[in-house]
Design a protein around this ligand. Structure first.
Ligand SMILES: *Cc1c(COP(=O)(O)O)cnc(C)c1O
Length: 219
């Protein structure tokens, strides 16, 4: 079955990768289904998409426990802020967390992964725009935080994630993220949304998080 929004974004992804001289298979599309319900999500699964993103643990649990029964090969990524009291639920439900950004969360996730015997893909969120209201570790603190996650907690970190300020050209933020990743030996770059995923792919994104371009506008 064909889903128009998904098809358009997949075509855009392939085009952007080819234009950058990259293999399209090196970019994972995370279909961000937050606020959309099963009736909107099922057609996207039936069209072949298997990686989805949600920003709230409780919302994701309610929606995806039944959907995962039917499609156990779906991979779920948490892309919104995590509180430590939700770490157990998050580790149980999700396959990846993109928002590790402080010691307390890193510790809670590390301890839950050990308890549940489950390893998730982990991304450290960097607040590249240094916006006070936004989550993420400051760019100046990133190296030390990564060292803490790896050396003190024994976590394997897959990469870095950022959400550039809405009113700025995202490219310098993507470049900054890439630079921090490179000097820390990290390959994963979770960056790019509906409006700028092509630019993010040009800058090296390995994971793009695309919602409205697939599902339509949210309320
Ligand atoms: C909602 C969201 C997205 C997707 O945004 P769109 O503009 O709908 O593509 C990506 N990343 C994060 C962290 C989000 O919260």
């Amino acid at each position: 079955m064909v889903h128009e929004g998904l098809k358009r974004v997949l075509n855009g992804l392939v085009e952007a990768a080819q234009a950058a001289g990259r293999a399209p298979g090196g970019v994972t599309l995370i279909a961000v289904s937050k606020t959309f319900d099963a009736a909107d999500i099922v057609p996207v699964i039936e069209a072949g998409q298997r990686v989805f993103g949600e920003n709230r643990v409780q919302e994701a649990k309610a929606k995806w426990l039944p959907l995962k029964m039917q499609w156990p090969d779906v991979e779920l990524h948490l892309i919104g802020p995590l509180q430590s009291n939700k770490a157990a639920d998050a580790v149980q439900l999700f396959d990846a967390i993109h928002t590790i950004d402080r010691r307390k969360i890193a510790e809670a996730v590390a301890s839950e992964m050990q308890k549940q015997g489950k390893a998730l893909q982990l991304f450290v969120q960097v607040n590249t725009g240094r916006e006070p209201q936004k989550a993420g570790i400051g760019p100046e603190e990133a190296d030390e935080f990564l060292q803490f996650c790896r050396d003190s907690l024994g976590l394997e970190i897959s990469g870095l994630m950022c959400i550039p300020p809405v009113d700025e050209d995202p490219a310098p933020h993507f470049e900054m993220l890439k630079k921090i990743a490179a000097r820390n030996g990290l390959r994963g770059l979770s960056m790019g949304m509906s409006g700028d995923y092509a630019k993010a792919i040009a800058c090296g994104a390995t994971h793009v998080r695309v919602g409205s371009a697939i599902f339509g506008l949210r309320d």
